[in-house]
Write a protein that binds this ligand. Structure first.
Ligand code: CMP
Length: 230
């Protein structure tokens, strides 16, 4: 079990390059917990006292508007971390974290996390890089919402999903997430009906096929033409 945990930790980019003894010390501090699909790990506004690492499964990070509509900020998979913001700025949780499937998480308490970061600047730089990546993505999303039409945003979201959660198959790039139209709508920031209409259009144009609940990008160039159109 300890060995399994150590080899899992080696797969986490934040811990890459750690020596055996450090991995072992870290493994001893982490709390492992399995969650069913649909479990809320924390709510927006909760106090934050731990960081989470996705060992397996998927976690959705999202916010809910006053009228109940949801905006998905990110879908995280194995090796990703979340919950670092409240630990670092001591503000409440900035979003809700909920599992999209059965998921195993490791958690690390604030004190241990801060000690881990302070021990080596490279670790702090890694966290800063994660935060920079999220800020870049958030900036890109703001630009897209203001300057791009919804069809282009759907195409760009599909490319993002393919990059983060895609595998190559003879048919094209298969997105390994089982997303409902509503979940895709929450990610893009539009209505479910709009997603249904646009996905049908992409299928008619030969860019996309649906295998069960998986989307497969068949013709990247054709989809790119939709992504670039304003
Ligand atoms: P925290 O604010 O502690 O709790 C919510 C977490 O969601 C936050 O830390 C980040 O880890 C994560 N998060 C918030 N916004 C984004 C985003 N735009 N992209 C990816 N992860 C995010």
């Amino acid at each position: 079990m300890a060995i399994e945990r150590k080899s899992l930790l080696r797969e986490v980019p934040l811990f890459a390059g750690l020596e055996d003894e450090h991995i072992a010390a870290l493994a001893a501090m982490l709390v492992e917990k399995r969650h069913r699909k649909g479990s809320v790990i924390f709510f927006e506004g909760d106090p934050g006292d731990a960081l989470f690492i996705v060992a397996s499964g998927m976690v959705k990070i999202y916010r809910v508007a006053e009228d109940g509509r949801e905006k998905t900020l990110a879908i995280l998979g194995p090796g990703d971390i979340f919950g670092e913001m409240a630990l670092l700025d001591e503000e409440p949780r900035s979003a809700i974290a909920e599992t999209l499937e059965a998921t195993t998480l490791f958690s690390l308490h604030r004190k241990e996390f801060l000690a881990f970061l302070s021990a080596n600047p490279a670790r702090a730089i890694h966290i800063i890089k994660v935060l920079c990546g999220r800020l870049r993505q958030a900036n890109a999303q703001v630009m897209d919402v203001i300057f791009r039409d919804v069809k282009s945003r759907v195409a760009r979201t599909l490319f993002d999903l393919a990059e983060r959660h895609g595998t190559r198959s003879p048919q094209g790039v298969r997105i390994e997430l089982k997303l409902t139209h509503q979940e895709l709508a929450n990610l893009v920031g539009t209505a479910r009906e709009t997603i249904t209409r646009i996905l049908a259009e992409f299928q008619d144009a030969g860019c996309l096929t649906v295998e069960g609940r998986h989307l497969v990008i068949r013709d990247q160039e054709a989809l790119d033409a939709f992504a670039l159109a304003e």
